[in-house]
Design a protein around this ligand. Structure first.
Ligand code: NCD
Length: 320
């Protein structure tokens, strides 16, 4: 692939991508997956350092970015939480990023404030990847969600996709909906009225001509090809009693999934609380644990592309 085909160095929001960009990302991820399966080594980021800056809780996103960098032959430096960084001493994010730029070649940042990754990226000349900014965006999760639907169901066009749970605060949903503007899909938004998708997204959906319906009835997922289940985002509620009132709004369990009229693919960005029962886990259409593996592949592709690297020809790589 020629360098000019992928013009992005930063990944801040899913609306920066065209359908062509998405094809490039998916294609790069597929090729990386093949190389991994053949146990081929290609340390294309050898000598590069990733700064892994996680100022909010994370298991999958942080570990999969760090694993991805390691698998590409690069190294990782990291800081976790505000408590152990100089931000707790009053340092601004701008100053922190100026330091990071002196240490690393690329940075990935998770931060509780919406828009923070843009501030971080404006401070530095190295590529910056948003790994979740408050209730805003989580673009790399959305890209791995997209990869999952392609990998498990062969494509996205023509699919009916349900989003279930906290559509108000769930940043993974916000990012994935924006990505889906590039495809021909029908959306079914299932949530309590108080956790409905913010109006700004609905406005954009109408503008783009996307077909969608909204309901509180979980049974609407029985007609869908994909069900994207999410937890109620406890940490985003200002009023604790509101969380207590809404926290048990939905539970998707095995019997419910098996009643579906379609072979509905069950996705979840994880972590789950009680909206998705463990008795779903061993159904073949439960994709969420496989998604954790796809996350490494997709993040390897994103690190490669943002660093302006190209994958080697299959014949030029060595066995591991
Ligand atoms: C999500 C997040 O952080 O937004 N988790 C993740 O990155 N896989 C979803 C969530 O926390 O509910």
């Amino acid at each position: 692939m020629a360098l000019s085909e992928f013009a992005h160095t930063n990944i801040l929001d899913t609306d920066q991508f065209s359908r062509k960009d998405l094809e490039t990302i998916l294609d790069t991820a597929r090729r990386i997956d093949e190389l991994q399966q053949q146990r081929k080594a290609f340390g294309i980021l050898e000598g590069s350092v990733l700064a892994s800056l996680f100022f909010e809780s994370s298991t999958r996103t942080r570990l999969s970015f760090e694993t991805a960098m390691n698998r590409l032959g690069g190294r990782v430096v990291s800081t976790v939480g505000f408590q152990f960084s100089s931000i707790s001493k009053g340092e601004t994010l701008y100053d922190t990023m100026k330091m990071v730029e002196a240490y690393a070649d690329i940075a990935v940042i998770r931060h509780p404030v919406e828009g923070s990754s843009r501030i971080a990226s404006a401070a530095v000349d190295i590529p910056v990847i948003n790994a979740g900014d408050g209730t805003g965006q989580h673009p790399t999760q959305a890209l791995l969600d997209l990869y999952t639907i392609f990998k498990e169901r062969g494509g996205v066009d023509g699919k009916r996709v349900a989003f279930i749970g906290d559509l108000k605060f769930g940043r993974t949903i916000h990012s994935l909906i924006k990505l889906l503007f590039n495809y021909d899909v029908e959306l079914v938004l299932i949530s309590p009225v108080d956790l409905a998708l913010p109006e700004s997204y609905r406005r954009e959906m109408k503008k783009s001509g996307m077909s969608f319906e909204e309901t509180e009835d979980l049974k609407a997922l029985w007609d869908c090809d994909v069900a994207y289940v999410t937890r109620i985002q406890e940490e985003r509620f200002v009023d604790r009693s509101e969380y207590e009132r809404l926290k048990n709004s939905y539970t998707v369990n095995r019997a419910f999934v098996q009643a579906s009229r379609k072979d509905t693919l069950i996705m979840h960005p994880l972590p789950r609380v009680n909206e998705l029962s463990t008795d779903v886990d061993d159904l073949p259409n439960a994709a969420y644990f496989r998604m954790a593996g796809y996350g490494v592949i997709v993040r390897m592709a994103l690190l490669t592309l943002c660093m302006g690297e190209t994958l080697p020809d299959a014949k030029h790589v060595t066995g591991m």
